[in-house]
Ligand binder design. Structure first.
Ligand code: FES
Length: 262
């Protein structure tokens, strides 16, 4: 009878023939979040944080007590993923575990739970299109069709032949008021998408040009309607100003009075 840990360790060491491993494009929306050994993703795959990222790691870990380093798992995995072209390898996770002095399984548990960790290589631009109800009703599937048409991608989680784009369908990313939207490389939100502005955005990415993230309707400010505020317009804004110095003096006087009575 093997313990769970022994079985896990055996599985992690199993080297499958890479012909079996190269995963074809899948028909479902997400990628694989558990580990699949592949040529570029085994324990021996080199990974080392850059000096700059070691400084960032130090800054992050300063936020936590020494015995709660584990709290840095998500932060460090994000750093590792970003450094490695948005691909979080097994060796990168092991590096994170080593730095945080936790068993590797503690890192694997986190990265196999959160879908924002890419356990397979993705293109230079990882396009995550939201297809939850508000975005779906506002044309998310037209956006995905445009992306497929302009990049040659046929299935979700496929990377375009030029290695530039990977398309993924995701659930609500919290920008429903400006639907439809997509997130790029876990960082930038592009909202108010239409097939036209999506095509333009892809072209700009292809040319390596910037494209202002956020609402794509010029009249829109943040999540307000394009026609501006239409509700609660009669609410008077009251700015509270407190004199903290006076409040402190008042508190100290009350405290002194209390002490004098005892
Ligand atoms: S439904 Fe798409 S961001 Fe919320």
């Amino acid at each position: 009878m093997f313990s769970q840990r022994t079985i896990f360790n055996k599985l992690m060491k199993t080297k499958m023939p890479t012909s079996l491993i190269k995963t074809p494009a899948r028909a479902f929306s997400g990628g694989f979040y558990n580990h699949r050994s592949a040529e570029d993703n085994v324990e021996e795959t080199p990974f080392e944080f850059t000096e700059e990222n070691y400084k960032e790691i130090k800054r992050i870990l300063n936020k936590f007590p020494e015995n709660y380093k584990q709290s840095g798992i998500i932060h460090l995995c994000f750093l590792a993923q970003k450094q490695n072209n948005n691909f979080l390898t097994l060796s990168a996770m092991n590096k994170v575990a080593k730095i945080l002095e936790v068993p590797p399984i503690s890192v694997y548990e986190v990265t196999s739970f959160y879908t924002m960790f890419n356990r397979e290589p993705v293109g230079k631009y990882h396009l995550q299109v939201c297809a939850t109800t508000p975005c779906m009703l506002r044309g998310a599937y037209d956006i995905m069709d445009t992306i497929k048409e302009k990049t040659g991608i046929k299935h979700l989680m496929e990377t375009s032949k030029d290695g530039l784009f990977t398309l993924q369908e995701v659930e609500c990313l919290g920008a429903c008021a400006n639907a439809p939207m997509m997130q790029v490389n876990n960082e930038w939100f592009y909202e108010d998408l239409t097939p036209e502005n999506t095509a333009l955005l892809l072209e700009r990415m292809r040319q390596g040009e910037g494209f202002e993230p956020g609402p794509q309707i010029p009249e829109r400010k943040n999540a307000e309607g394009p026609q501006g505020r239409t509700t609660l317009t009669n609410v008077e804004h009251v700015f509270h100003e407190r004199d903290f110095k006076a409040a402190k003096e008042e508190w100290e006087a009350a405290k002194a009075e209390q002490a004098a009575k005892q």
